[in-house]
Design a protein around this ligand. Structure first.
Ligand code: ZN
Length: 604
């Protein structure tokens, strides 16, 4: 029953922070959340949740894992029961798990096709004369070549079968290309390229894999932007353009506000990249959804909307407000000069200009209220209409302090007593069976810091998890250094090192977690991931890595030495001279080896 697909779906839908919040009052601190552990009695929080990696760990009692592990421990269920419980609670059909076992294989195939298409389009843009038109367009829009190459932008030529022929030459099945959203089949059965005469923007999923494309028309053909259709690997409602890069930028932040800019289009997002700001994501020509809001909530404390400086842009920002409010994400908006979108703006203004606008950003709720109040026509009927509209926006708000604040603003703007507004709100809410919940203080009063102590082996794995690129320098030494760790750590180390090698310096932590077979290993990984102390700079990480390898080896040889000494005592007792000789030799070799470890980095 609990097939991989079902587990995948559960993890896609269920947010660990939300689930844990039902029983633990979590407070955000930096990248993670902390609270009082539900599995042991404590007064200062040592229970942590990593919203991005979706893992939890308690430094007090050592319990840790993913969303399924949490339900297992919290409800006393076994794995299958926990999966069933979550599936039922979140309306995920159980049959999902018993479905086609080739599904994962199919997805892999689609990733490959998309990757091939990306390489093809990218090659056309930069290394084919047909790409000249798109090249020219980029130049006019002020997109530097470096950025275009980083983003692997591409060009789909003005032909019906450019990609199709390329696929045929490569021996790919065009039907699969249809499934990947690259080709379209006419009612007459003819297959042709979906993207023609368009600038191509690769769209990556949260893990950074290219899953779809957006195509900007270059000859005025409508639609201006054409996107890939939904496919087994591309779900518009749960993807944001540039999410993976924004997350990386936020991951490398050591302090400061955790916010992200939300914009409407590809070019707007790239405009931010142009001025060196990577904390930006864009909706993909679709409506903003609750899932988008939850994705953002995992990553930041505040979402800053930067939409077009016209009435359409302002309306679009207002539509997003209820979704962010419902997820209790702090939101604000930057108002651009009339008629400019972010891309226009950055062509006529510099980063300092924008910083000034940013500092004057308006809290999104206040913005929504002001916009509505401004529309009031001065009549009494108009007043009621505005209050009713605002109730639609605010009906899910369950923070009484913020609600009071908004009501006060409405009261001032429309000259209606606050009590009257609250009375109306309550009446409307009751009518739809949605009575205002009164939120309690969500956060524990105490602020506690837990600094875990690590063995050198654990510390070394932690370093690799946070800086997977070190694997390029130290791969074999790391493997060797970790060979004496506990079985659970060896399992974790193996999975982490393999994944880091495969990921070419990147690490898919959730993928590593899935590969682990024992609870001890899963818990060990959670502990390592959830801890927040990063190695800030590259040089420091390299030095620490070399030192830790040394420390691990030293510990390994100490363990080995005491094992040999035990054997020696036993051999002595039995008067086994031959064995004693062999053991003494081994001991000597070990000591020589230790000397060289102490000797310095170059001799390891
Ligand atoms: Zn605990």
């Amino acid at each position: 029953m609990a097939g991989h697909r079902l587990v995948d779906q559960i993890k896609e839908v269920v947010d660990l922070v939300d689930l844990v919040s039902e029983t633990v009052r979590l407070k955000r601190s930096g990248r993670r959340y902390s609270g009082l552990c539900p599995f042991h009695a404590e007064k200062t929080p040592s229970f942590f949740v990593d919203p991005d990696k979706q893992l939890f760990y308690c430094f007090g009692c050592g319990t840790g894992g993913d969303v399924i592990a949490f339900v297992m421990k919290h409800r006393g269920l076994d794995f299958h029961e926990a999966v069933r419980y979550l599936a039922e609670r979140y309306n995920i059909p159980l049959e999902a798990g018993s479905g086609d076992p080739n599904r994962a294989g199919e997805k892999e195939e689609l990733y490959k096709l998309i990757e091939e298409a990306q390489a093809f389009y990218h090659g056309l843009l930069f290394y084919d004369r047909r790409g000249k038109e798109a090249h020219e367009y980029l130049r006019k829009r002020g997109v530097p070549e470096k950025l275009a190459k980083e983003e692997k932008l591409g060009y789909a030529p003005d032909e019906w079968d450019a990609l199709l022929n390329h696929f045929r030459r490569k021996g790919f099945d065009p039907e699969k290309g249809i499934k990947a959203g690259l080709f379209v089949k006419s009612s007459g059965g003819r297959i042709y390229d979906r993207f023609r005469r368009r600038l191509i923007f690769p769209i990556r999923d949260t893990k950074g894999r290219v899953v779809a494309f957006g195509g900007r028309s270059l000859d005025g053909t409508e639609p201006k932007y054409l996107n890939s259709p939904e496919t087994p690997i591309y779900n518009k409602g749960s993807l944001l353009y540039q999410y993976d890069r924004a997350r990386k930028a936020l991951d490398s932040l050591t302090s400061g506000n955790r916010f992200v800019f939300l914009v409407e289009g590809y070019m707007d997002a790239l405009a931010f990249h142009r001025v060196g700001e990577f904390r930006v994501v864009a909706t993909l020509g679709t409506a903003f959804t609750g899932r988008h809001a939850r994705l953002l909530k995992r990553m930041v404390d505040e979402v800053v909307l930067v939409y077009d400086g016209d009435s359409a842009g302002r309306k679009a920002m207002m539509r997003i407000f209820p979704f962010l409010l419902k997820e209790q994400i702090r939101a604000s908006c930057v108002l651009l000069p009339e008629g400019l979108d972010p891309d226009d703006y950055f062509r006529s203004h510099n980063r300092e200009d924008f910083e000034a606008l940013f500092r004057r950003r308006i809290e999104l709720g206040s913005f929504v209220l002001e916009e509505h109040i401004r529309d009031w026509d001065g009549t009494t009927e108009g007043k009621i209409a505005v209050v009713r509209e605002l109730h639609e926006f605010l009906k899910d708000l369950d923070d009484p302090i913020i609600l009071r604040d908004y009501v006060r603003k409405i009261s001032e703007g429309l000259q209606v007593p606050e009590d009257a507004i609250l009375f109306q709100f309550k009446k409307w809410s009751k009518r739809r069976g949605n009575s205002q919940k009164l939120a309690s203080d969500k956060y524990p009063a105490e602020k506690g810091k837990t600094t875990p102590v690590y063995s050198p082996e654990e510390e070394l794995i932690r370093l690799v998890v946070k800086n997977p690129w070190v694997i390029g320098e130290f791969r074999d030494q790391i493997r060797e250094a970790l060979s004496c760790a506990s079985p659970a750590l060896i399992e974790v180390a193996r999975a982490v090192v393999d994944a880091a090698v495969q990921g070419d310096g990147e690490l898919d932590v959730q993928g590593v977690y899935e590969k682990l077979s024992t609870d001890a290993a899963k818990s060990a990984l959670s502990r390592i991931v959830v801890d927040d102390n990063p190695y800030y700079d590259k040089e420091m990480a390299l030095m620490a890595c070399a030192d830790l390898i040394k420390a691990c080896k030293k510990r390994g040889s100490e363990i080995e030495k005491s094992r040999l000494k035990d054997k020696l005592i036993e051999a002595n007792r039995q008067g086994d001279v031959e064995t004693i000789k062999v053991l003494l030799k081994e001991l000597q070799a070990l000591e020589a080896c230790e000397m060289s470890i102490r000797g310095g980095r170059e001799r390891i």
